[in-house]
Write a protein that binds this ligand. Structure first.
Ligand code: GDG
Length: 460
């Protein structure tokens, strides 16, 4: 008997025709699971003036079908920029002060999920394994069930999950939790996220999870699992080693001279702790002036979600902080911070990680953080750089030999930067070895194998 077909659903479908510099993340994580014959369904990224009702557009590449629908301007505003990124994203990152709840946005979120379900139903076969991704699509499982889908449906949350004390601030907390319970499997990056969800189920829904993390609602049992996402570590390491000798790396090295490179790579997002990190770098130069002229900090912060006002405000704030740091510490032949709001090519990024003596990954909260794992994979094991990592990134649960910091404390980050820049080779190697052990084992392939094993009901 042949294996069931995998149907992946995510808000944005990475169409094979538009693999830009940002290709990565989910597409890499699912590469091994997406065998020929699989289907990937979601939003095309296009916005239309009026609500579209036409059937999904399908393109095929390497045997995989990509089926997409468009969103109307108003759906984009209410469902995507509104409830998904203006309510759920800040809430799930513990930023209650940034949550702007509006009932019409919540309704649009439910409505777009129903439209996704309507468009997906005709493409489904009875024995499909359906794997839904992320907070935009929480109600999709319920919507599919309401339309008669009886097969296995799983959901993976890429963000953190908050404890019930925080979740209760959301006027529709019960519906969100109930939406999650409509799946057969609900995946989280860490035990902390899973535990927060199960506590919410108990405290807000009044249901008692069983000892294996199962929740039974309406006669169905949903299993909450921990399945940390990983990267294609071997592939990324090979890319880093290869781009080491390429033209961009030559230019980078020429521009650095004998100075050390420090690197930060993030989507420009308020969850990533960028102002605190730049503040910390200024404090390093203040407290340890021996690093002046000896290190350059390259911050790559590609713009994202600029339709949400907080993101525009953050960009302006960062422009100011970067300008201040540059003005304060620059000398005529040295600039302390290099700041790029355009994305780099993935191969170039891999080489830059390898060239960096330290990476500073200090989100205030993060589901996982793949940059931390990419940095580890890209290092030369004989002469590795040092990772400074926020204790509030999911990655800290695995990469505990990084220099773990509180991202809200610029002094602590500055001290960690000093420790990193002066660390002896043996210690760097030992810390890196332990982290590489995780990154090269808990890979993208393992992530999808574990999830799909749980979803198909087999032991992982
Ligand atoms: C969400 C969760 C979770 C960034 N700048 C450039 C570039 N990137 C790539 C990185 C990395 C990816 O984007 C970012 O992934 P993260 O995991 O760090 O963060 P989110 O985008 O917030 O992702 C997160 C993830 O989902 C997966 O579950 O880990 O916690 O928030 O791959 O390399 N890539 C290129 N140029 C850039 O300038 N090519």
């Amino acid at each position: 008997m042949s294996a069931p077909r995998l149907v992946v659903v995510s808000n944005r479908v990475p169409l094979p025709t538009e693999r830009g510099p940002r290709a990565g993340g989910l597409a890499v994580a699912l590469a091994d699971a997406l065998r020929p014959g699989s289907l990937w369904f979601g939003w095309s990224g296009r916005r239309t003036a009026r609500a579209a009702t036409s059937p999904p557009e399908t393109v095929e590449s390497n045997g995989i079908a990509y089926a997409t629908i468009d969103l109307s301007e108003s759906e984009y505003r209410l469902f995507y920029a509104g409830f998904s990124n203006g309510v759920l994203w800040p809430l799930l990152h513990f930023r209650l002060g940034l949550v702007h709840y509006r009932a019409e946005e919540y309704r649009a979120w439910q409505e777009v999920n129903r439209r996704f379900a309507d468009a997906l139903i005709p493409l489904l076969r009875p024995d499909d394994l359906i794997w839904v991704h992320d907070y935009h699509l929480i109600p999709l499982g319920e919507a599919l069930r309401a339309r008669g889908v009886t097969g296995r449906i799983g959901f993976f949350l890429h963000t953190p999950f908050v404890p019930p004390e925080v979740l209760r601030a959301l006027p529709r907390a019960e519906q969100v939790l109930a939406g999650l319970c409509a799946y057969d499997v609900i995946g989280f990056h860490t035990e902390e996220h899973r535990a927060g969800f199960l506590r919410g189920v108990r405290d807000i829904l009044g249901l008692t999870p069983d000892e294996w993390g199962g929740v039974t609602m309406g006669g169905r049992r949903a299993q909450a699992i921990v399945d940390p996402i990983g990267i294609d570590a071997a592939g990324f390491a090979a890319t880093a080693a290869q781009s080491w000798t390429g033209p961009e790396l030559r230019r980078l090295r020429a521009s650095l001279g004998d100075r050390a490179l420090a690197i930060g790579v993030d989507r420009l997002d308020y969850s990533k702790g960028l102002p605190q990190r730049l503040d910390a770098f200024g404090r390093l130069l203040e407290r340890h002036p021996e690093h002046r002229r000896r290190v350059s900090f390259l911050q790559v912060a590609a713009r994202s979600r600029e339709d949400v006002s907080e993101y525009r405000a953050l960009r302006i704030e960062l422009d100011r902080i970067v300008g201040e740091t540059i003005g304060q510490y620059s000398e005529f032949d040295w600039v302390p911070v290099r700041y790029m709001s355009r994305p780099l090519r993935r191969a170039t990024l891999a080489g830059f990680y390898r060239a960096a003596a330290m990476a500073v990954v200090t989100p205030l909260r993060d589901g996982m953080n793949l940059v931390a794992k990419e940095y580890v994979a890209a290092q030369d094991p004989a002469n590795p750089g040092v990772l400074i990592l926020s204790r509030f990134a999911g990655a800290a649960a695995e990469l505990d030999t990084a220099l773990i910091v509180n991202p809200f404390d610029p002094d602590e980050i500055a001290e960690a930067m000093h420790v990193a820049l002066t660390m002896r080779l043996e210690e760097r190697q030992a810390r890196h070895r332990a982290m590489a052990g995780h990154v090269f084992t808990a890979t993208a392939r393992r992530y999808s194998e574990v999830f799909l094993a749980a979803l198909s009901g087999a032991p992982a």
